[in-house]
Write a protein that binds this ligand. Structure first.
Ligand SMILES: [Zn+2]
Length: 386
């Protein structure tokens, strides 16, 4: 099966310059392909991406000599992507979409989804497209680059895509692997409370702080929202601000996705019983628009990923129903408390004085364990999900 692992890179200065150059070539090739496609189509020809790639290669040495300084796959893949954009466009028309829904392929601008194919493809079928020694990965022209972590799947690397995110350069490694997720440890049951201020709270007492760039970008998001609201709707400045805003939304989503992936991977490989809250329980609107857009999307993503991964490792996944509020019950004695938003600590007559989210996580853990007991399963190697 094909799996993707996105890893942060530590490029040196020359490598970072090469990345920026490669992306420039990829963006140019993509835009060239869109324009050429349109021109040929209007001239009554039948453009296709394979022919466009050939055409690009034949004029490259003379018309775009600077493109020779980067891997040939960067422009080639970009033209393939332009072909895909057109294919999707025609599919949408076939489905009867009209107007804005049709979404005619758009030119790429600098700073928006900066990414490019970074390898030269496998030398022979079944060979690695990019060798790795665990800590580093080797790309054409610039050689070995330090990675922040090892590729988590064993198998053949099919392709690599380098992209720029808010906090630096990342490489997405596509691996053909036989690996299924496997349980690495069994720490029993865990309850997980997802939040905004703190990314996750585990019943073990571990607090997982959200990715930092996400919080920094949150501030920028609020500023951009305000700036948008001051502009005249439909004006050029309004459109500009709107584009900036949607780009930032995408970057935040990318960072959050990475954090969600790591957490769901870790939980499903280290615990055999996992208790989470059902979606939309906690009124993520706590932090206004930012909370709703970022929080709800993150929670849905986490839910999808943990369900999928728990099935692979055989962990028992329990979702706590909405009508049983985990935040209001004392995890020590079961007494109900009034817990308005913003109240950070639960102080109970039984003597328990506990962080609000940690209390919720403990409740989720207990509920998950009871659900396993009720179903007669042991929780280890259980393949069903609640
Ligand atoms: Zn109590």
């Amino acid at each position: 099966m094909l799996r993707v692992h996105k890893i942060k890179l530590n490029p040196n200065q020359a490598q970072a310059i090469y990345f920026a150059k490669s992306y420039g070539v990829a963006r140019h090739a993509y835009n060239w392909a869109l324009a050429e496609w349109k021109r040929q189509y209007e001239a009554g020809e039948k453009p296709n991406e394979a022919a466009l790639r050939k055409q690009y290669n034949s004029i490259k040495p003379v018309e775009f000599p600077w493109a020779l300084e980067v891997t040939k796959c960067a422009p080639q893949q970009a033209i393939k992507n332009a072909g895909t954009a057109y294919k999707n466009f025609f599919d949408r028309i076939k489905k009867g979409k009209k107007g804005a829904e049709v979404g005619y392929p758009k030119f790429k601008r600098k700073g928006v989804h900066d990414s490019f194919r970074a390898d030269n493809g496998p030398a022979t079928k079944g060979a690695n497209a990019a060798p790795t020694d665990g800590k580093k990965i080797k790309l054409p022209i610039i050689g070995w680059i330090w990675m922040r972590e090892e590729v988590r799947f064993s198998g053949t690397i099919q392709s690599t895509t380098v992209s720029r995110m808010a906090d630096g350069w990342y490489i997405s490694v596509l691996v053909e692997t036989e690996d299924r997720l496997q349980a690495k440890a069994n720490h029993g049951a865990v309850g997980v409370d997802l939040g905004l201020k703190r990314f996750a709270t585990l019943s073990t007492g571990e607090f997982i702080v959200g990715p930092k760039p996400h919080r920094a970008l949150g501030k920028r998001l609020r500023r951009l929202n305000q700036s948008l609201s001051r502009k005249t709707q439909g004006s050029a400045n309004f459109r500009k601000a709107k584009t900036k805003l949607s780009n930032l939304h995408k970057r935040i989503a990318d960072i959050r996705q990475d954090a969600v992936h790591k957490l769901s991977h870790r939980l499903s490989t280290e615990f055999s019983i996992i208790g989470i809250e059902d979606l939309n329980v906690k009124g993520m609107s706590r932090n206004g628009t930012l909370g709703r857009s970022v929080g709800d999307a993150g929670m849905r993503m986490f839910r999808t990923q943990i369900e999928y991964k728990a099935t692979m490792t055989g962990a028992f996944l329990y979702t706590h129903p909405r009508f049983a509020p985990s935040t209001k019950v004392c995890s020590g004695c079961g007494q109900l408390h009034d817990m308005p938003l913003g109240k950070e600590w639960l102080r109970c007559d039984c003597g328990l004085n506990i962080d609000r989210d940690l209390n919720a996580a403990v409740i989720l853990k207990t509920a998950a364990s009871s659900a396993v007991a009720a179903s007669g399963e042991t929780g280890s190697g259980v393949a069903l999900a609640a």
